[in-house]
Design a protein around this ligand. Structure first.
Ligand code: FAD
Length: 389
């Protein structure tokens, strides 16, 4: 069917068709390869649920989110027996559903050389300590986890309330609108991943696509699709703007052959001639913070984004928290690249990123790229299916 998304992606510089084509031909294939390399597949994260909000309700602290130090991907007894009563002294292994737990099987040799550099856009304290764990992202795909209900709802409500108390309203200024679109685009992407890898039958453990869910949560609302494309282009712009830095970053995991591959895949992605010809500047960040109150506004929005980052510690499902934290850090990294270095012509040379930020940024871009591809390919059948029922 005809694509109802045509023309230029709002606030961006390329049109929908170009984005779909570039994604399919260039970006998606390289990103899929890139995130499998040892450098990009391990993520450092504090998975303890350490929620500064709603201190009284224990929902996050006890029910769903204790870190379960299970022996290599084997689920402990407590999963098999339903857990009656509130866990008192020993809040270990309370994770309710196996599909919500994070698999921590890991190759410890893969880590070296993390440095600690602050990001004013995020709340994370990256200092290495015992609470940090390393997760192999390839073993923990973002997909359906069964996390829903008031706990999940409350997080999204708080995220939107933090970002734009006035929404929906015409009063939002340009910058606030951009922030709203980034969050909404990320939300769309998470929903698309839930729909593309859904537990269709619990007894037979059958996983597959749930197109009606994708329709109900995303496609029915054209704005959510548009925001997904917008977020994709925004993050892509950050990645290409940081090309100098990313090209020369130290991709050292101790596996020389793999690290060379990481480096060459990164270059391929950053300097792709098709991308440069068709969409050289996917988003124009120079339009922001122009008004008289620019600097103040930036501080305000930065603080709001830090709060959103802190909210990720309240996500009551471990695997959702992992991807929530990763992707919000990825967005925070994109914001840092685009806005934290002042407008001097060569100021991007001062850019400093943490290893974890680079990993989050590229994995976020890959997630968005997967979502754009899925929406483009499956959208028409999902709409037909929805209209038929
Ligand atoms: P929700 O997705 O919870 O949406 C709540 C409300 O927000 C909607 O009713 C609508 O008003 C508004 N809204 C929805 N989408 C958009 C959008 N794109 N733009 C603007 N507004 C919107 N579940 C999993 O199964 N796997 C995961 O990996 C996972 N990760 C999560 C990560 C985070 C950070 C959070 C907060 C939740 C996560 N969840 C995950 C839960 C999932 O996102 C949903 O909350 C849950 O599936 C319930 O969905 P829902 O239909 O109630 O609507």
């Amino acid at each position: 069917g005809a694509n109802k998304y045509s023309g230029i992606v709002e606030d961006c510089c390329c049109d929908y068709e170009t984005v779909d084509r570039l994604n399919k031909e260039v970006l998606h294939p390289s990103l899929q390869e890139l995130v499998k390399t040892p450098f990009f597949r391990y993520f450092k994260v504090k998975l303890w649920c350490d929620c500064p909000f709603w201190p009284d309700d224990g929902m996050c602290r006890l029910r769903d989110c204790s870190v379960c130090e299970c022996p290599d991907s084997e689920f402990p007894e407590s999963f098999k027996k339903p857990n009656h009563g509130l866990p008192g002294d020993n809040p270990i292994c309370q994770e309710g559903k196996p599909e919500a737990a994070v698999d921590r099987t890991l190759d410890r040799k893969a880590f070296r050389g993390w440095t600690e550099i602050d990001n004013p856009w995020t709340n994370d304290d990256e200092t290495d300590n015992a609470e940090m764990t390393y997760v192999n992202l390839q073993l923990n795909p973002e997909r359906y986890t069964g996390y829903t209900g008031p706990s999940a709802r409350r997080i999204w409500d708080a995220v939107y309330a933090e970002n734009c108390p006035k929404y929906p309203s015409e009063e939002l200024c340009y910058e606030e609108r951009i922030m709203y679109k980034l969050i909404s685009g990320l939300h769309s992407s998470i929903s698309v991943h839930i729909a593309s890898d859904y537990l269709l039958d619990e007894t037979t453990q059958t996983w597959g696509q749930n197109l009606s869910l994708m329709y109900d949560r995303v496609l029915r609302y054209p704005d959510r699709v548009r925001n997904l494309y917008f977020t994709y282009l925004f993050v892509l712009r950050a990645v290409t703007k940081a090309a100098d830095y990313l090209e020369h970053a130290e991709y050292d995991t101790g596996n020389h052959t793999e690290d060379l591959k990481t480096q060459s895949l990164t270059k391929q992605l950053l300097y792709n001639p098709k991308l440069q010809a068709a969409c050289p500047i996917p988003f124009d960040e120079a339009k922001l913070w122009k008004g008289q109150s620019g600097p103040e506004l930036k501080q305000k929005i930065q603080k709001q984004f830090r709060n959103i980052s802190a909210l990720m510690d309240c996500v009551g499902c471990e695997k959702c928290r992992l991807w929530g934290k990763l992707q919000v850090l990825g967005l925070g990294t994109a914001l840092k690249i685009l806005f934290s270095v002042d407008g001097q012509p060569n100021s991007h040379q001062n850019l400093q990123l943490q290893r974890n930020e680079v990993i989050a940024l590229m994995n976020l871009l890959n997630r968005l790229s997967e979502s754009v591809k899925f929406v483009h390919e499956m959208g028409p059948s999902a709409e037909i299916e929805a209209q038929g029922s």
